[in-house]
Write a protein that binds this ligand. Structure first.
Ligand code: UD1
Length: 422
């Protein structure tokens, strides 16, 4: 297994290009199941999670061709479709459950394995099931698989979710676009990835209004056609790289970044003493005069502070002046990076969903282990701020969500390299 070696760094300078959003792309790819005509996605990120979705779609009968070194995905689903999403692929990645809505819409039935446990929490499927049931599906759990059937097709309905789940909103949207009549989803998730999916579906001929708000209205149509759609910028990759100059000093411009994608995160950076400025090409970040100040953070659904940036923000706050309180409200077990950061000299107390980070003057390099995708990158950021050498092992988590992380950071002057494992 590969590891990443990081040496404590001086100021960074230069530009980092931000890729298309993994989480948007993972929802856009299954939309190909909704039409016989081709769907082409441009600005796709080159990541192992995208390859897993490619494998899943291929197992269902869709064709996915990676062009331009993987930046363009040409997808098509004109032949016979297999309605069964197998456990062996689904267990690798929870986002596999995003084929449930489109399979049901196109075929009237679907058999999708439950994704199984995940390191950051239980992550059940009840909100997805309730949403699709509202559209007339009957869903039963048999031998670890959800068997969904819509006798006579899906029918438009008004449904309010108990929590604004991102995945359930995406499944509902992809099911409702081909349902008979009008659907309204209340308490819908408002994430930019939902807006991106709605735009793509509209380009395919769907009738959707209200994406980006809590009420989305969908007028079902008989069929969808082909389209070409650019994947929105990855706001989590953006936020992660914005933290690099915040931690090391210097000035970095994140190309393709937009403040509206990370507004709540920028507010916290500002309070922590980091200056953020939108430029013609992206977002420029540098430290204001003085050190990093403690700030309190609560993770919430968009437009609140994203849970996917909590671990990275914690890496910054480890060396802040004072005590920061981080409250995790989306996932019940998402502080696994805290004991690893403690190995580097961070002072963190975790009580349930709340972590208190007492700032220390300096972190020290250590051997640490990545426990999940965002935790692994937080350890790299912490390593950049530490004295000496940090080795992050189990970086396969990292490759799920960050393309060429070591190249992007090296280009702005970071001392980072990948050590190939056997
Ligand atoms: C998506 C993102 C993930 C991000 C998360 C929250 C993708 C591929 N992944 O995940 O990176 O961290 O949004 O912003 O887009 N829940 C239930 N029942 C359900 C569904 C969800 O209880 O049926 C709970 C989950 O356990 C979790 C919370 O709701 O505690 C949020 O989940 P959700 O918004 O569905 O996240 P995902 O779509 O899985």
């Amino acid at each position: 297994m590969d590891s990443i070696l990081v040496r404590g760094n001086g100021p960074l300078s230069g530009q980092i290009p931000i890729a298309g959003a993994k989480n948007a792309c993972l929802a856009l790819m299954p939309a190909t199941l909704l039409s016989e005509e081709p769907l082409t996605l441009t600005n796709a990120p080159r990541l192992s999670d995208i390859r897993t979705m490619t494998q899943l779609l291929a197992s269902l009968g869709a064709e996915v061709t990676a062009l331009q070194d993987g930046k363009v995905l040409a997808t098509s689903c004109h032949g016979e479709i297999n309605p069964v999403a197998d456990y062996d692929i689904v267990r690798k990645m929870r986002a596999s459950n995003l084929v449930l809505g489109p399979l049901l819409a196109r075929l009237g039935h679907a058999v999708v394995s439950l994704p199984g446990g995940c390191a950051i929490g239980a992550r059940p499927m009840d909100i997805h099931i309730d949403a699709l049931t509202a559209l007339g599906a009957e869903i039963e759990l048999k031998e670890g698989y959800l068997h969904a059937t819509a006798r006579g097709g899906l029918k438009g309905a008004v449904h309010e979710m108990r929590f604004a789940s991102v995945g359930a909103t995406e499944n509902f949207l992809m099911a409702a676009v081909l349902a008979k009549g009008t659907s309204v989803l209340k308490n819908a998730a408002r994430e930019p990835e939902i807006v991106d999916l709605a735009r793509c579906l509209r380009a395919m001929g769907a009738q959707i209004e209200g994406e980006g708000t809590s009420d989305i209205t969908i007028q079902g149509v008989d069929r969808l056609h082909g389209a070409t759609h650019p994947v929105v910028t990855d706001r989590i990759e953006l936020g992660t790289y914005m933290l690099a100059p915040a931690i090391c000093g210097g000035e970095v411009e994140c190309l393709g970044g937009r403040i509206d994608l990370v507004a709540s995160f920028c507010e916290k950076l500002d309070a922590a003493g980091i200056s953020v400025e939108e430029t013609a090409r992206g977002i420029k970040v540098k430290r204001k005069n003085g050190g990093i100040r403690a700030v309190d953070v609560v993770t919430e659904p968009f437009p609140g502070f994203p849970t996917d940036l909590q671990a990275q923000m914690m890496a910054l706050l480890c060396t802040a002046e004072g005590t920061s309180v981080l409250e995790e409200r989306i996932f019940e077990n998402r502080f696994m990076h805290a004991p690893e950061l403690a190995r580097m000299g961070a002072r963190i107390e975790v009580h349930g969903g709340v972590a208190k980070v007492h700032g220390v003057a300096r972190l020290k390099g250590a051997r640490v282990m990545a426990t999940d995708l965002r935790a692994s990158v937080s350890l790299i950021l912490a390593g950049l701020a530490a004295e000496g050498e940090t080795v992050v092992s189990r970086v396969y988590h990292l490759d799920r969500g960050y393309e060429r992380v070591e190249e992007k950071l090296r280009a702005v002057g970071a001392h980072i390299e990948r050590v190939k494992g056997e």
